[in-house]
Design a protein around this ligand. Structure first.
Ligand code: FAD
Length: 304
């Protein structure tokens, strides 16, 4: 039986494992794949204290840090359920095996919803980005398209308007879905243009994104935009589909946590992008992983 069993091997899981292991207790970390979303990130410039690092390198560093403590890393396993019986939790894997723990820290992260058009996979990190806080400066003085007219798309447009030469927002529906105050701010900017009813067909380029083809859903006409970069912001989906109903989630499917990372199921804590933490970033997820581990440890102390 583990004292703390961490589910997930991204920045939140890694931080939780290190913080828990430093208490000299039994710690396990089970992950589908150690590394998480950061493995898909080319350059990271906002992990404070490290001016530039590539995603795979950062996660190799985090893995080495976890492995420098006594942490049982169980990889290539997906957790499919967590249940509480008396004083112990049982975590069942997809292959039917199970692990028991006194506490768990869920850190299963999230994934960006894809639009599934030709070029999307090919140009990931080659002109296609998902986060303006991360990659905004790469597109300084360029023409940038943003797919998605919800809050994240319009926030990204406002953010990029200060850096890019021109910002073109493409919304599939006939109205923007973002909050009115964001839309009002957008309307004040003269380097932002909104295209409604835009159904993206393809992303083209030669090694790097150069063009975006969309169909006007009203007229049926196809248009091609020359762009230097593209943000696809059509929703971030937390990897929480497997959770039992005992773990409360909000309307977006994110686990609701308190300021100690505790969830609605006793002894179960959560951290990172799978939770309702507002901003989804590496440094923020690492911090919440540390918080959840300390929350779990505090709970163990009180159990005697
Ligand atoms: P994740 O990194 O998503 O890790 C989740 C972990 O859980 C993985 O190990 C996964 O295998 C595992 N897992 C999932 N489900 C299960 C299950 N059922 N059982 C077992 N294991 C499971 N942030 C920045 O701060 N700076 C950047 O420059 C930056 N660039 C980004 C670029 C891209 C392309 C993307 C996609 C994201 C970027 N982000 C960036 C955001 C950042 O990557 C995330 O905020 C961060 O990785 C979240 O960490 P996490 O540990 O919560 O989850």
């Amino acid at each position: 039986t583990f004292d703390v069993l961490v589910v997930g091997g991204g920045p939140a899981g890694a931080a939780a494992a290190v913080y828990a292991a430093r208490k000299g207790i039994e710690v396990g970390l089970v992950a589908d794949e150690f590394g998480g979303q950061v493995l898909d990130t080319l350059g990271i410039e906002n992990f404070i204290g490290t001016e530039y690092i590539e995603g795979p390198q950062l996660m190799a560093n985090m893995r080495r840090h976890v492995e420098s403590y006594k942490v049982d890393i169980i990889e290539h396993q997906r957790v499919a359920n967590v249940e509480r019986e008396d004083s112990a939790l049982t975590l069942t894997m997809e292959d039917g095996q199970s692990l028991t723990a006194k506490t768990a820290v869920l850190a299963t992260g999230a994934r960006w919803r894809a639009i599934n058009v030709p070029g999307e996979q090919e140009f990931k990190n080659k002109g296609i980005s998902y986060c303006t806080h991360c990659d905004g400066p790469l597109y300084k003085d360029k023409v940038v398209a943003i797919i998605g007219g919800g809050n994240s798309g319009i926030e990204a447009a406002l953010d990029m308007a200060g850096l890019a030469k021109e910002v073109i927002v493409l919304e599939f529906l006939d109205t923007l879905k973002a909050d009115q105050v964001l839309q009002d701010r957008l309307n004040e900017l003269d380097n932002v243009r909104v295209v409604l009813n835009a159904d993206t067909q393809a992303i083209l380029g030669d090694g790097q994104v150069e063009q975006l083809v969309y169909k006007d859903r009203e007229s049926g006409e196809e248009h091609t935009l020359d762009i230097g970069g593209l943000f696809i912001l059509v929703g971030l989906v937390p990897n929480n589909e497997w959770l039992p109903e005992t773990i409360e989630r909000n309307g977006r499917g994110e686990i609701i946590v308190d300021e100690r990372g505790a969830t609605s199921l006793e002894g179960v804590y959560a951290a990172g992008d799978c939770t309702d933490q507002v901003f989804k970033q590496i440094i923020i997820s690492s911090g919440s992983g540390a918080t959840a581990a300390l929350g779990a440890y505090d709970y163990l102390l009180r159990q005697g």
